[in-house]
Design a protein around this ligand. Structure first.
Ligand code: ADP
Ligand code: MG
Length: 233
């Protein structure tokens, strides 16, 4: 079953050297399964913090995070790892490929140590084909352009067929034309596979093309626009 994230009064505070930073303040928001959502806001507004919490890479200081009716805050590390493995794929600005592994090995890497009932290499090759990299399967990351590396990262994020793709400034390290290719790829995958996408960006041109646009400032959600909702006066 596809899942919806529900955040209730979620806060994330960082403390150190006597200073407290409210990276996230009272976020109450629903991310509906299958939606294509952008999160936009200036640097330091809490976008990455929110994405890390949704992806359960971090835990809120207070408040609740649910996936459907399951309260994620209560889960233990092992259960969270399983949750992530089943539900989410991540993409980052810096690609984060493993430098010593080839493209196809990078795509398979989330499956290492996991029991699966399919052929990992077959699936990895199909995904590399899907992102247009059939001719680069044995290339190391250092032999690939930034756009190609990000396409490998997209394929890797999809290997376990996640319900959500969480992308933190996936086009931030790419020229605008290459960034466009990656963004369109995410849109197509959202349509084809029905996986939800949350794309953090500070490019308004990209953000405004998402179905749902979330604007953040100083750790708060200041605006949510659902472009599919028509208000009848
Ligand atoms: P954005 O992704 O929108 O640029 P972040 O979520 O990275 O913003 O950061 C929000 C705020 O939280 C910033 O003030 C940042 O300095 C602070 N912050 C983020 N992560 C940490 C951390 N691990 N330790 C201390 N402060 C942090
Ligand atoms: Mg960030």
């Amino acid at each position: 079953m596809m899942g919806t994230f529900v955040c209730k009064q979620m806060n994330r505070t960082f403390s150190g050297e006597g200073v407290e930073t409210n990276a996230l303040s009272d976020v109450t928001l629903t991310f509906k399964s299958g939606d294509f959502i952008s999160i936009i806001g200036p640097s330091g507004s809490g976008k990455s913090t929110l994405l890390s919490l949704l992806g359960t890479l971090d835990v809120p200081s207070s408040g609740e995070l649910y996936y459907n009716n399951q309260l994620l805050n209560k889960l233990k590390a092992k259960e969270l790892a399983d949750f992530r493995f089943e539900k989410v794929g991540f993409i980052f600005q810096q690609f984060h490929l493993i430098p010593t592994l080839t493209a196809v090995e990078n795509v398979m890497s989330p499956l290492f140590g996991r029991k699966i009932d399919y052929n990992p290499k077959e699936r990895a090759l199909a995904l590399l084909n899907r992102v247009g990299l059939s001719d680069k399967i044995d290339a190391l990351p250092s032999q690939l352009s930034g756009g190609q590396q990000q396409r490998v990262a997209v394929a890797r994020a999809l290997i376990h067929e996640p319900e959500w793709m969480l992308a933190d400034e996936p086009t931030g390290n790419l020229d605008s034309e290459t960034g466009e290719v990656i963004f369109e790829l995410l849109r197509e995958l959202n349509r084809e596979k029905g996986c939800g996408v949350i794309c953090v960006t500070h490019d308004p041109g990209i953000a405004e093309r998402a179905e749902v646009q979330v604007r953040m400032k100083d750790g708060e959600i200041i605006e949510v626009i659902d472009t599919r909702v028509t208000i009848h006066a």
